[in-house]
Design a protein around this ligand. Structure first.
Ligand code: 5GP
Ligand code: ZN
Length: 142
C-alpha cells in the first residue's frame, strides 16, 4: 500500500499530535549547542567518541579535570530520559568511569554530576554528565 494511503487512514487529529511532537523535537535540536558538537557542525576537540556519545573538556573548568560526557541523541534533561534511554544512561556512566581512569583520577576520586533544571544550575539543555576531579571536592556542593 502507498504511504499516503496509510496516512489517510489515520485521523487528522492524531496526525497533528504526531507531527507537532516531531517538529517540536526537531526545532529544539536545531538550536542545541551540544547537538551541534555531537554532529561536528561546531568543531570540538573530542577526547572520546563512539556511536552513542562524545566526551570533551568543559570550556569553563571547575576542577583540574572537568569533562563532559554527552549523548549524541538529544535529551533535554534527565527529566526527559525515558525507559528506552536506560541503556544509554548506563553507557554514559560507564564512559565517564573509563575517562576518569584515563585521566588518572579514578583512585584519588572524582564526581559525576547531572544538573537538572534551573535550581541545579543547568545551563545547556542537552543531557550531559560532568566528570570532575584532580582536587578535593567539597560536600555538600554549593
Ligand atoms: P550545565 O550548567 O548545563 O550543567 O553545564 C553546561 C556546561 O557546558 C558548563 O559547565 C559550561 O561551561 C559548558 N559549556 C558551555 N558551552 C560550552 C562550549 O561551547 N564548549 C565546551 N567545551 N563547554 C561548554
Ligand atoms: Zn541537543
Amino acid at each position: 500500500m502507498r504511504p499516503w494511503k496509510i496516512l489517510r487512514m489515520i485521523p487528522f487529529s492524531i496526525q497533528k499530535v504526531f507531527f507537532y511532537g516531531y517538529w517540536k523535537g526537531k526545532m529544539k535540536m536545531l538550536g542545541c549547542l551540544f547537538c551541534q558538537m555531537a554532529s561536528h557542525e561546531k568543531p570540538v576537540k573530542t577526547l572520546y567518541e563512539d556511536d552513542r556519545c562524545l566526551v570533551f573538556e568543559d570550556i569553563n573548568p571547575q576542577a583540574p579535570v572537568h569533562l563532559l560526557v554527552i549523548p549524541k541523541k538529544h535529551i533535554s534533561s534527565l527529566n526527559d530520559a525515558g525507559d528506552g534511554d536506560r541503556e544509554l544512561l548506563g553507557h554514559l556512566l560507564g564512559v565517564a568511569a573509563r575517562m576518569a581512569k584515563e585521566k588518572g583520577i579514578d583512585g584519588s576520586g572524582y564526581r559525576t554530576v547531572v544538573n537538572t533544571n534551573a535550581e541545579a544550575g543547568q545551563t545547556v539543555f542537552h543531557l550531559h554528565i560532568h566528570v570532575l576531579g584532580g582536587r578535593l571536592l567539597a560536600w555538600p556542593p554549593g
